[in-house]
Design a protein around this ligand. Structure first.
Ligand SMILES: NC(=O)c1ccc[n+]([C@@H]2O[C@H](COP(=O)([O-])OP(=O)(O)OC[C@H]3O[C@@H](n4cnc5c(N)ncnc54)[C@H](OP(=O)(O)O)[C@@H]3O)[C@@H](O)[C@H]2O)c1
Length: 295
């Protein structure tokens, strides 16, 4: 573990609750400047209060990442307020019980879990490149193994199932990570990885899920050896964010024992490229990014 993080500025979405909140406090305890993003103002305020005695600082940026205009405003704020960002950690995620759409008319799980990091990284990539060894980390999940990316109905308009929508968004996280790594110019110092934090039933992830899903999560959490604690998940996330061992590792899906093979669909180049292009269209950006830096 790297103990002194006083030179590190970390943008952490999904840091208001769950293991993201634990990681935010730990990182600030080690001296980092942590910019936490979430929707819940009061959770953000108590987190800032809680960090007042720590070596580093936590700032809260209220943003609903379901909205693309909010993601763009957040990126503008970050560029204005932080002269550099060493780590962009996209940990925000949700699962909902029944199908609903974002303000942009996109199925909400896809919008928050996949399109928000796609757009936020697009908007902040050049700013990240100002840091000496910038890292991008996305929180994915092993549940992606039950998913498939049906490009004819990516937003599950037909026969919605909330766990399918969630698993699909996490498969998209991994395919996006691998495709972004492939597309980063050779001279780029940016690394991009995604992580499976473990099964952490003690978080608020399934707060909006159906009763059936919440019950299943609770029962599964009681099976010995299955659940991961919030602290253990936060530790795993932090390893990718700041540990030297991941300083030059890129394009990996990381589980409990280090880099692991995701489902073959995540590595399939045709699938990755199609997802990239559809994502670009859905958030309204040109698909031919990243481009080499001009300055
Ligand atoms: N728990 C597990 O078993 C598990 C397993 C694998 C992967 N994961 C992933 O781990 C990450 C963290 O989840 P968690 O388990 O710690 O759940 P959690 O306690 O519900 O935390 C989710 C975080 O995401 C934020 N968030 C959700 N929707 C948002 C939105 N529209 N805009 C901005 N922020 C939003 C929440 O903040 P606000 O409430 O303030 O908006 C919260 O900070 C997620 O990506 C999840 O998919 C979890």
């Amino acid at each position: 573990m790297t103990d002194d993080l006083s030179d590190r500025t970390i943008l952490l979405t999904g840091g208001t609750s769950g293991f993201g909140r634990v990681a935010a406090v730990d990182l600030a305890h080690r001296g980092a400047t942590v910019a936490v993003v979430g929707r819940d103002e009061s959770m953000g305020a108590t987190l800032v209060e809680q960090s007042s005695d720590l070596a580093g600082t936590i700032a809260f940026h209220q943003a609903d990442l379901a909205s693309q205009s909010t993601v763009r405003s957040l990126a503008a704020t970050v560029k204005h307020e932080y002269d550099h960002i060493d780590v962009l950690a996209h940990n925000a995620g949700l699962s909902v019980g029944s199908r609903r759409e974002s303000p942009d008319g996109i199925e909400i799980t896809l919008a928050v879990n996949h399109l928000a990091p796609y757009l936020l990284i697009y908007e902040l990539l050049d700013h990240l490149r100002d840091a000496p060894n910038p890292r991008v980390v996305i929180t994915a999940s092993d549940i992606h193994r039950r998913a498939t990316l049906d490009f004819d109905d990516l937003q599950l308009t037909d026969g919605y199932d909330s766990l399918d929508a969630y698993a699909r968004s996490k498969l998209a996280n991994i395919a996006f990570t691998i495709e972004l790594d492939d597309r980063l110019p050779d001279d780029s110092a940016v690394t991009v990885n995604c992580v499976h934090p473990g099964f952490v039933p003690s978080t608020d992830l399934f707060r909006e899920a159906s009763l059936r899903t919440r019950l299943l999560v609770r029962i599964a959490g009681l099976v010995p050896g299955v659940a991961t604690s919030k602290q253990a998940a936060a530790d795993r996330l932090q390893t990718l964010l700041v540990d030297p061992q991941y300083g030059s590792v890129s394009g990996q899906y990381v589980g409990s024992d280090g880099p692991a093979d995701p489902t073959p669909e995540a590595t399939n180049q045709v699938v990755r490229r199609r997802l990239w292009e559809m994502s670009a269209e859905l958030v309204g950006v040109p698909p031919d990014w990243p481009t080499p830096r001009t300055n």
